[in-house]
Ligand binder design. Sequence first.
Ligand SMILES: *Cc1c(COP(=O)(O)O)cnc(C)c1O
Length: 355
Amino acid sequence: MKKHNFYAGPSILSEYTIKNTAAAVENFAGMGLSLLEISHRSKEFVAVNDEARALIKELLDVPAGYEVVFLGGGASMQFCMVPYNLLNKKASYLDTGTWSSKAIKEAKLFGEVEVVASSKDKNYTYIPKDYTIADDADYFHITTNNTIYGTETRKDPDVKQRLVADMSSDIFSRPIDVSKYDIIYAGAQKNLAPAGVTLAIVRVDALGHVERPIPTMLNYKTHVDKDSMFNTPPVLPIYAALQTLKWYKEQGGVAAMEKKDMENAAILYDEIDRNKLFRGTVAAEDRSIMNVCFVMNDEYKELEDEFSKFAAAAGMVGIKGHRSVGGFRASLYNAMPKSSVEALVACMKDFEKQH
Ligand SMILES: *Cc1c(COP(=O)(O)O)cnc(C)c1O
């Protein structure tokens, strides 16, 4: 039976990515060796690393003055790396969910943290819009897509301060105005590659303004100066990332991804709004097109387990909601085919007919 992969992360990748990566594990770049056993300094891999970074710049229209680097430690490492490199006295954060609050916790180790607004009061079901950022903040940090709660901002904010964004779960799902940001970071395992690499887009002149010494590996400058090859990079995830980036380009780039993602999300939200058994969990205007969260309506609550089993039997994988929200979450990342979204919707309709 066909499986429909709705996992939140690690998550669905394009067939193109998986096939080409599997082939390179057998024989990489015609070298007669596996991707798993070659030197990261071989000219063949250096070319992969360079092409992947160049394609990120091309797809996201990254202006001059920025560098793209591949880092270790997941997006979670960026929670400390950002303040390590940018926070002198004070930083401002918008608290929109679990990941932002984890970023806030780390930043507090480095200086004063001002939480400009939080939606925690309503279990992060919306994105606060009304707030002011301290003039003297070294930077303002946002999480563009809240993977666990299913809220998203699809607008690049205009702020006077430096701007840092965790785009782990929605990068490449829309064109972005990179010039508004100083650092954008994203763990690979949602919209790019298998787990093991994190990408950062860094405005080079934002670096070098803090007094504290920064450990070599946690200093963005180290990686920028060495073309992201200071130490052994995660070769396989970077190779897979390159395949995904090539596939994005072939599909028409991030604008084409956005169009497809919006259509997929609309198909599912329309069904959630129509179907008497289900309801969405977040404010309509903040609904994420990447992670669609929904629960059973109160009068049908006891059907939750039954629907889980029903959906699993129909080939749906990974739709269990995060424990802090409950219910269901269908993640519709860039590689998600419309046919899988339609299969889930058909399953919801069938289940409704039975009840
Ligand atoms: C998944 C996720 C993270 C954590 O990524 P790790 O690579 O596991 O550290 C951080 N932020 C967001 C928005 C995420 O979706």
